[in-house]
Design a protein around this ligand. Structure first.
Ligand code: NAD
Ligand code: UDP
Length: 310
């Protein structure tokens, strides 16, 4: 198959491109390198089945020939990066989504949208299942991303109902692994880099907020399974349901890196969700999928990557 991955030079996107090439597909990676990096796909460039295009999805995309599947991942994902230019984030999720849906329509391609657990906002039910409508502050600092991704889901469903586009929506929960940008501000990369450099680990608030961390290889396999699932268009959660407090994560990373860094406390950012854990019953039932990599194993791979990078 010929497969387009937007955001293919990013953290998840580059692993997805690699996975698809490994399955024998032809892959076109489209990226504007805002948070992604050419280094992430450098090793793929010699593969004749791989092509990289420098393009911002806020502008219409025209491609020659057929496209069978489109994975739309193009959007900054870490809070500091999606908040640095909020208008661009909203545009990537809305104007960009319309452009990529237009391409899917023209090519009669199946399209998967990388949605997010952020559509649940600061959730009032726990764990979060797909039927929950969420609790999002529509004008807070995270809203450019949260509401952008909610509109993107709405656009996906509208194009499906109105134009019969073959859509898939995945709500991705916190994912980590090698090739996260060392400066992207997300908790796993921040703590590992700080621990390896002997700098203090910056816990926001008291560190009692929870997240559930999925290793990237599990997530990529899940994305592929959803794309290849026939006839299901409603959102599906993908993530690892093992839930940890942020302070516990800091201690775990200190232990695994054998770091002597201290843990310090910074103010909690506004609207930071208190609890997050995916209910993955639907993915288990429909895809026979569940994550395999435990936190310690995934962190060890990620620490190795950052040691090499630093
Ligand atoms: P990332 O920032 O590493 O990757 C995003 C990629 O998209 C980057 O390569 C970036 O350069 C590119 N991009 C951004 N805006 C673009 C634009 N307008 N045009 C073209 N390319 C653009 O982040 P990631 O963690 O790999 O996330 C990938 C996708 O998964 C995102 O859509 C994100 O919202 C979603 N997601 C990720 C997580 C997670 O925990 N990693 C959780 C939920 C959802
Ligand atoms: N966090 C933290 N220290 C950091 C970075 C993040 O305590 O250096 C916290 C953040 O406040 C949040 C959690 O870790 O509660 C996850 O943050 P991240 O930015 O990775 O992703 P989010 O799930 O908030 O989008």
């Amino acid at each position: 198959m010929k497969i387009l991955v937007t955001g293919g030079a990013g953290f998840i996107g580059s692993h997805l491109c690699e996975y698809l090439l490994g399955k024998g597909h032809e892959v076109i990676c489209v990226d504007n390198y805002f948070t992604g990096s050419k280094k992430n796909i450098q090793h793929l460039l010699s593969n004749s089945n791989f092509k990289a295009i420098d393009h911002d999805i806020i502008n219409p995309l025209f491609l020659e020939g057929k496209i069978d599947h489109i994975y739309n991942l193009a959007c900054p994902a870490s809070p500091i990066h999606y908040q640095v230019n909020k208008i661009r984030t909203i545009k990537a999720c809305t104007v960009g989504m319309v452009n990529i849906l237009g391409l899917a329509k023209a090519k009669k391609a199946r399209i998967l949208q990388a949605s997010t657990s952020e559509v649940y906002g600061d959730p009032k039910i726990h764990p979060q299942h797909e039927l929950y409508w969420g609790h999002v502050n529509c004008n807070g600092p995270r809203s450019c991303y949260d509401e952008g991704k909610r509109v993107a889901e709405s656009l996906m469903m509208a194009y499906h109902w109105q134009n019969n586009i073959d859509t898939r929506i995945v709500r991705i929960f916190n994912t980590y692994g090698p090739r996260m940008a060392k400066n992207d501000g997300r908790v796993v990369s921040n703590f590992i880099v700080q621990a390896l450099k002997g700098e203090p680990l910056t816990v926001y608030g008291k560190g009692k907020q929870t997240r559930s961390f999925c290793y990237v290889s599990d997530l990529v396999e899940g994305l592929y399974n959803v794309m290849n699932l026939e006839g299901f268009h409603d959102p599906i959660n993908l993530g690892n349901p093992s839930e940890f407090t942020v302070i516990k994560l800091a201690k775990r990373i200190k232990k695994l890196t054998k770091s002597k860094s201290e843990i310090i406390f910074h103010p909690l950012p506004q609207d930071d969700p208190v609890k997050r854990k995916p209910d993955i019953s639907l993915a288990k039932k429909l895809l026979c999928w569940e994550p395999k990599i435990e936190l310690d194993e995934g962190l060890s791979h990620t620490i190795k990557h950052f040691k090499e990078m630093l």
